[in-house]
Design a protein around this ligand. Structure first.
Ligand code: BGC
Length: 501
């Protein structure tokens, strides 16, 4: 098997793991951890264009909208509104760093339960909000919720799934994020007609939170995590359950124990160890992959799709429909990834998706430049607005089968056990930090750079595609504990990795 050749390890990588009904169901339930993240992404974009919501919390935007016929790019440029959207990401960042120890000490599953409960509390505070402070407090709780679940769920999925299907299983997380986004967009569409619609949209975040929390309570903890915490009997039972009666689980268990003992013998502080030279490739991936995912510009589209379409000439209702269409395209394209990722590999998807996103962002910029004029003072025609929507769909599809799911998959599969939870934490924290900075700046960037904002992201997409070409190794089908060989074979990274990492 591809992962062989590990010094002193003739065994690792030989556990192909069968595809049992139990592992499929367990992973589908676990992947529902993505629901709350997606719901939040989808809901905040729509709620922030609802008039009663703006009237109650951000009246200055409505005033500006009434006056500002001048520049279509600037109506939504408000610091307070931006703070509302992005406060979640700061909380998520803190939570995901704390989650490194939590997922190691409490296990992946319990961290998911904790995340679900915190999110539930945030939904209640937001649904009942009377002032901006309550809104922000609610979002901080939501942020803690997604910080915990985004850290634990992808790890759980990668540890549970048979290596041969790990990519497909892991795309489940992004798929549920997508379901969350679309559900929230549809709900917003209905709720926008009601004066208390925003309360409904924000409060109903409790439903996906309840679904994922109950789901997490029903599944078994990952064998790696149980071994890590010295619970061998439970690990054996968990393996038996997901690998099936006929599987040789003793060999897999022995392998997990061996790796866990090596990790413990190293006695290193994982936050120190990850900065050692031998872990340089891992650290670079933990930081660059989520960073690049965000500078694809996806969250401009996800958060602000309704605001954006309104800015470029759609009415408020058709803007929400446009956001729903985008969400559905994204959802369908994630399934493409599910089918392809373990057959043709991660690199192919990254490269093809990158090229597609690059072309569509450049095209959006051209259409906007052509139709709204350099100053943004002309209103865009219906035909051009539809063309922008089509181009954004092409973009969303490219993201859906590449950087969307792969940015959760790669960090969850490349780390050795001793730094796995830490590496994943760094990766989620970088994801949130970058989202925060971009969401803080995007609306004023759109206001000042106008269509050039899309060229900015296109530039990044070009750069990340070259990065993948040169530096991201193929990890399909390789057992987690055999991943070291991937770096040893890589033309650049091999100089950092010792024979036994
Ligand atoms: C990203 C989010 C994004 C979402 C869109 C996720 O993988 O991390 O930032 O909003 O995909 O579906």
């Amino acid at each position: 098997m591809a992962g062989g050749g590990f010094a002193g390890d003739g065994h690792a990588g030989s556990f192909t793991g069968r595809l049992t009904a139990s592992v499929v169901i367990t992973c589908i339930v676990a992947a529902s951890g993505g629901l709350i993240f997606g719901y939040d992404i989808g809901i905040s974009g729509g709620v922030t264009t609802m008039k009663p919501f703006l009237h109650k919390f951000f009246p200055s935007i409505l005033r500006k909208e009434a006056e500002a016929k001048t520049n279509v790019y600037c109506v939504y440029d408000s610091q307070a509104l931006t703070a509302f959207t992005s406060s979640l990401y700061i909380a998520g960042l803190v939570a995901s760093l704390a989650a490194s120890r939590l997922t190691a000490a409490l296990g992946r599953r319990n961290t998911m339960v904790l995340g679900g409960c915190t999110f539930l509390a945030g939904a209640a505070v937001n649904g009942g909000a009377e002032n901006v402070a309550m809104l922000i407090l609610g979002r901080i709780l939501l942020g803690f919720g997604v910080g915990f679940t985004n850290q634990a769920t992808p790890l759980y999925l990668s540890e549970m799934s048979p290596p041969k299907w790990r990519g497909a299983f892991n795309t489940g997380f992004q798929f549920f994020i997508g379901i969350g986004v679309v559900t929230a967009n549809c709900l917003n569409y209905g709720a926008a007609r009601l004066s208390y619609g925003w309360r409904l949209s924000l409060g109903l975040a409790g439903v996906p939170a309840a679904i994922m929390t109950v789901g997490a309570l029903l599944i078994t903890e990952s064998p790696s995590s149980l071994v890590e915490r010295g619970r061998l009997d439970e690990a054996r039972r968990s393996l038996r359950k997901v690998r099936g009666r006929s599987a040789d689980i003793e060999a897999e268990l022995a392998d997990l124990v061996k790796w866990s003992e090596m990790a413990k013998a190293a006695r290193e502080e994982p936050f120190v160890s990850i900065f050692e030279r031998q872990h340089r490739p891992h650290l670079v991936m933990a930081v660059s992959i989520p960073f690049f995912q965000q500078v694809t510009g996806i969250n401009i589209i996800a958060f602000y799709a309704p605001a954006l379409f309104q800015s470029v000439g759609f009415g408020s209702e058709s803007a929400l429909i446009a956001a729903i269409i985008l969400g559905l395209v994204n959802l369908g394209s994630i399934l493409v990834s599910t089918v392809v990722v373990d057959r043709f590999g991660r690199r192919l998807l990254f490269l093809q998706g990158g090229a597609q996103m690059f072309i569509s962002q450049v095209a959006v910029a051209c259409v906007l430049a052509e139709t709204t004029g350099v100053s943004g003072e002309k209103h865009i025609s219906k035909g051009s607005a539809i063309l922008v929507l089509v181009l954004m769909c092409v973009y969303a599809a490219g993201f859906g089968w590449s950087w969307g799911p792969l940015s959760w998959l790669i960090p969850s599969e490349i780390f050795p056990m001793k730094i796995r939870t830490t590496g994943q934490s760094i990766s989620v924290a970088v994801n949130f930090a970058t989202t925060f900075v971009l969401s803080q700046t995007f609306l004023s960037m759109l206001c000042h750079f106008k269509f050039g904002a899309f060229l900015f992201y296109a530039g990044w997409i070009g750069a990340m595609t070259v990065f993948v070409l040169l530096f991201v190794p193929e990890t399909k089908g390789i057992a987690l504990n055999s991943m070291g060989a991937v770096w040893e074979r890589h033309w650049y990274w091999r100089r950092f990795v010792q024979a036994q990492s």
